[in-house]
Design a binder for this molecule. Structure first.
Ligand SMILES: Cc1ncc(COP(=O)(O)O)c(C=O)c1O
Length: 427
């Protein structure tokens, strides 16, 4: 069977042929490659094509595909521990690693980013006794009902304003603010201030393309939350352990009350976690009244993969310099090529995550800016790069990810293909 026949047959058994919508490449108008294996920075499809991969499973593969230490940790654990539904030493090890690195007091493991964010919001509501939550247009926090309003990435690419199947009641407590807009957040707190349990934010957004929160905006957000006894949740499911050694929270002047993780901390296996200040986290069952549980939470294989990934990442403090240097090489190269071809682009990058926005705006700093981009040009770029052997996120509103398995040679090859695209399509 080849890519096409596998995907066509999958559609008979799996809605749209995929287990998560962005994988269908629907907006790109093509059949996605069906991936058979990966190694380092490369992945291979069922037709035998090779791609240099800049998706990295949407973030987790920061060490590259099938890193030998991660695989070894999973296989050696599998021979003695698949699942017990009981405490294990591996859970302690990963929890300690994350808490000590990021300076949070307590952490609870779950099975996905969505589970982490929805549980963090429930905890914030339980702790504050308030109901309303604020999220930002273009930020995605998973598919929990209260979040599927102006939710970025997949939802944005498919042009669906929210989702069917969500009773109005479930979103009536979700208030939408504009990212990087002090006035928007001030107005919301003026009207709803004392009813707001929490503000949830991607401090480095990746789901409307890469956009970093500005310092003055974050300072304003922090002061309003302190004034109104509302918690701040940093959703670091995507940017945690990707943009900085100790997590994205170290890029800002204050610490969030709660943080959510996923992707990288599971080393490629299904994982999520949420953590924060002791007095908040101790509201969780069995210590407190906020109930959250999971048969598979803290699964031994996932813990082993996460420990191996974080240990390797943190083994050498220069790893993040390397990721940043590769990111900068890519960013500078794209800008130079685009300029020399008179192709208007704006490149947003934070460490090893980057988006090329096809736009002549001088900055892309929120959802409205992102929506003004030339998605037709993005499609041409995406198709050109795919056919040149580069696996990229199939949406203007996603981030491209680098890993420690990428080399300068991979970046130069990307730039060569980008030059080919510019020669073909720019004016
Ligand atoms: C910032 C952010 N939060 C939450 C999620 C949801 O994570 P998951 O897909 O593991 O449920 C994602 C997924 O991409 C994300 O990017």
């Amino acid at each position: 069977m080849n890519n096409y026949s596998i995907f066509e047959e999958s559609k008979k058994y799996i809605p749209g042929g995929v287990n998560s919508p962005v994988r269908a490449y629907k907006d790109m108008g093509i059949t996605p490659p069906v991936i058979s294996s990966g190694s380092g920075a490369l992945i291979f499809d069922e037709d035998g094509n090779q791609y240099i991969d800049f998706v990295g499973a949407w973030g987790p593969m920061i060490l590259g595909h099938c890193d030998k230490d991660v695989v070894e940790a999973i296989t050696s654990t599998a021979s003695k521990a698949l699942a017990f539904g009981a405490p294990t030493k591996l859970e302690l090890e990963l929890a300690k690693l994350i808490c000590t690195t990021t300076d949070i007091d307590l952490i609870r493991m779950v099975n996905s980013g969505t589970e982490a964010t929805m549980s963090a919001v429930k905890l914030a509501r339980g702790y504050t006794g308030k109901n309303k939550i604020v999220k930002f247009a273009g930020c995605y926090h998973g598919h929990y009902e209260g979040f599927l309003v102006s939710a970025g990435s997949g939802v944005m690419t498919e042009g669906i304003p929210g989702s069917a199947g969500i009773p109005q009641d479930h979103v009536k407590n979700t208030i939408i603010a504009q990212y990087n807009d002090c006035q928007s957040i001030e107005e919301i707190f003026k009207v709803h201030g004392d009813d707001i349990a929490c503000v949830i934010i991607e401090p480095v957004a990746g789901n409307m393309g890469v956009i970093k929160a500005k310092d003055e905006f974050m300072d304003k957000l922090h002061s309003l939350c302190v004034k109104h006894n509302s918690l701040i949740i940093f959703d670091e499911v995507m940017c945690g352990f990707r943009v900085a050694y100790k997590g994205a929270q170290t890029l800002f002047k204050f610490k969030p009350d709660l943080v959510t993780y996923g992707k990288i901390i599971g080393g490629g296996l299904p994982c999520g976690a949420y953590g924060g200040r002791k007095e908040i986290m101790e509201m969780l069952s069995p210590m407190g009244p906020v109930y959250q549980a999971g048969t598979m939470s803290g699964n031994p294989l996932v813990m082993a993969a996460g420990i191996a990934t974080l240990k390797k990442l943190h083994l050498d403090s220069k790893n993040y310099d390397k990721l940043n240097d590769l990111g900068k090489l890519l960013e500078d190269g794209i800008i130079k090529i685009a300029e020399s071809n008179k192709l208007p682009v704006k490149v947003n990058r934070v460490g090893a995550m980057l988006t090329i926005f096809f736009t002549d705006l001088s900055e892309v700093s929120n959802y409205d800016d992102a929506q003004k981009c030339n998605v037709d040009m993005f499609k041409k770029y995406f198709k050109h790069m795919l056919s040149s052997g580069f696996n990229l996120p199939p949406s203007q509103f996603e981030a491209l990810f680098l890993s420690l398995a990428h080399t300068e040679e991979h970046i130069h090859k990307f730039l060569e293909a980008f030059q080919g695209f510019c020669s073909k399509f720019s004016l």
